[in-house]
Design a protein around this ligand. Structure first.
Ligand SMILES: *Cc1c(COP(=O)(O)O)cnc(C)c1O
Length: 537
């Protein structure tokens, strides 16, 4: 271990761009780090000085001298903090392998430092005119890495994977009960509106049962209000009905965000289940707790000898789900916290397909890739964009050409500048399939502050469809005088803010600046794969 990491002769790290990103175990890049931090600070100072150039100096030299005593005290307290911090764990050292803690990259620190000086609050655009757009761009970059279409996905920065998981389940909950609101409205107003059930049958929404509506394919649940609005807007009295719809939603007994879930459970006489492997992170239980499902709603699906979800067990559980239960969500984990195991994502998707066909039930599929999400960048290649039917052998063939996949499925990654090859081995092809199947999920959690090597706090929650933002705000988005009016119903939406759609309030724009600079300067191989028409497995 020692030789491998510390013998300069045997290591090519001085040629490796990867090593340029970090300060180095002996702070070898201290010079450039110090220069860059000072460069940013001086630039910031100039900005301050030149704001109202004609203003007089307030803290003049005489006053400043009066501050000397206080600065002496500050210096000694700074020394105290610095001394204490030296007892901290050396995350930077290759000797330190406990926990998922690591070095931060230079660009992420510089971006964060620059952002921190300006101290923007990304809760609103008024408090962060520069860093909110950066956060939205980071969301698009990460969406692309995850395999979503960045044009139509929605992703933003959270305080971490915990809040990302809570938010994903919160959105799933809203989408699920929206279907009941739509039905109630159509019943009340006698509106002829059709829905496609999980098994493909088309029925008038007023005839569908609670079980069917709560288990619609999540895309259909998410788009249902939009589709109804579009349907209504074609009517002569469209505007009238749309206003009614918006008013109705505010008062509906199925508006989960207004009435709370208790009342809804009383109405539907069913209780929720959340399926996740027994290796789940405890934030899933927190989410179940906070959202009113209760921690007992979390069903621990057994894992196999590699700590991956046993999808046969999942299938059994879902197929034999009792009529008094409904599925709130199924969660796959990409990188379990303790073992780094990756659930067979594409098999979970296959279970969903079978459940839809045979039981007329679907579910919201969330991937918790807080720990492992960034690994997807290793499994992607631009050539894959052209793959329509993602046949496994075809994929393996492409990898073989592009990345030199050997028989034992190791990949060789070429250093961007140096051409140095690094070999990474995987034990089976299931991992490739799992990562390639990411876009099948409705939402994904990924933590830049873990394998993105970005300072805390920086998690991300990504949703396949930006339309979820409409469900969350529950604004009267379809009325003519708001958001461009009913003519916008069929158009994609433009998201220019994060505040209205998130759980958190004040949040650091600095985190967005750090993530943005890191992703700009440390690019990954991007896939941008279209959703393939054929299943991967
Ligand atoms: C770390 C982790 C979380 C929680 O993320 P935080 O950023 O610590 O809130 C959730 N899920 C998994 C799988 C994790 O590894």
């Amino acid at each position: 271990m020692q030789d491998k990491y510390f013998n300069a002769e045997s290591s090519d790290s001085h040629n490796d761009p990867l090593a340029a990103w970090f300060l180095g175990p002996k702070a070898e890049h201290a010079g450039i780090w110090g220069e860059m931090i000072n460069y940013i600070f001086q630039d910031y100072v100039h900005w301050r000085r030149n704001y109202f150039l004609e203003d007089p100096i307030i803290l003049n030299r005489i006053k400043r001298r009066e501050h000397d005593r206080w600065f002496d005290k500050l210096t000694s307290e700074v020394d105290s903090v610095l001394n204490q911090l030296k007892s901290h764990f050396p995350f930077f050292s290759p000797r330190y392998v406990a926990h998922m803690l690591s070095e931060q990259t230079l660009p992420s620190v510089l971006g964060y430092f620059a952002g921190m000086l300006y101290n923007p609050n990304n809760v609103t655009n008024e408090a962060a005119p520069i860093t909110v757009p950066l956060e939205i761009e980071v969301g698009k970059m990460v969406s692309k890495m995850l395999g979503y279409n960045p044009q139509t996905a929605w992703a933003h920065i959270t305080s971490g994977g915990t809040v990302a998981n809570i938010e994903a389940l919160w959105v799933a909950r809203t989408a699920q009960f929206n279907t009941l609101m739509v039905q109630e409205f159509c019943k009340k107003e006698n509106i002829d509106f059709q829905v496609v059930l999980a098994n493909g049958a088309v029925v008038p929404v007023i005839e569908a049962g609670f079980v069917e509506l709560l288990h619609l394919p999540s895309d259909d649940a998410v788009f249902m209000v939009r589709k109804l609005a579009s349907h209504l807007s074609k009517n002569e009295d469209g505007d009238y009905y749309l206003k009614k719809l918006n008013r109705f939603f505010k008062e509906s007994r199925f508006n989960v965000n207004n009435t709370g879930i208790l009342k809804i459970h009383d109405e539907i006489k069913m209780s929720p289940l959340i399926y996740v492997s027994e290796a789940a992170h405890y934030s899933v239980k927190k989410a179940a707790n906070i959202l009113g499902y209760g921690e007992n709603a979390v069903v621990a699906v057994p894992v196999d000898s590699k700590f991956r979800m046993d999808t046969n067990a999942l299938r059994e559980m879902l197929f034999n789900q009792k009529p008094e239960n409904y599925t709130a969500c199924v969660i796959g984990i990409a990188g379990t916290t303790e073992e780094g195991a990756v659930d067979p994502v594409c098999k979970i998707r296959r279970v969903r397909d079978e459940l839809q066909q045979q039981k007329n039930r679907s579910f919201w599929f969330h991937i918790d890739a807080a720990w492992g999400g960034y690994l997807r960048s290793l499994f992607t290649h631009p050539d894959l964009e052209t793959v329509q039917s993602a046949d496994l052998n075809e994929l393996a063939g492409l990898y073989a050409d592009a990345l030199d996949v050997r028989d034992n499925y190791s990949i060789q990654i070429k250093g961007v500048d140096t051409g140095i090859l690094t070999t990474i081995s995987w034990d089976d092809l299931e991992l490739y399939k799992s990562f390639l199947s990411f876009p099948e999920a409705d939402s994904i959690t990924v933590d830049p502050h873990k394998m993105g090597y970005i300072p805390y706090p920086c998690g991300i929650v990504a949703f396949k469809s930006e339309v979820v933002t409409e469900l969350i705000t529950q604004k009267a988005q379809y009325i003519s005088d708001e958001r461009g009016g009913i003519f916008d119903v069929d158009k994609p939406i433009t998201i220019n803010a994060v505040g209205p759609f998130i759980l958190e309030g004040s949040k650091p724009g600095a985190a967005a600046a750090g993530a943005w600079l890191a992703h700009k300067t440390i690019p990954w191989k991007l896939l941008g794969m279209e959703k393939s028409s054929e299943p991967l497995c």
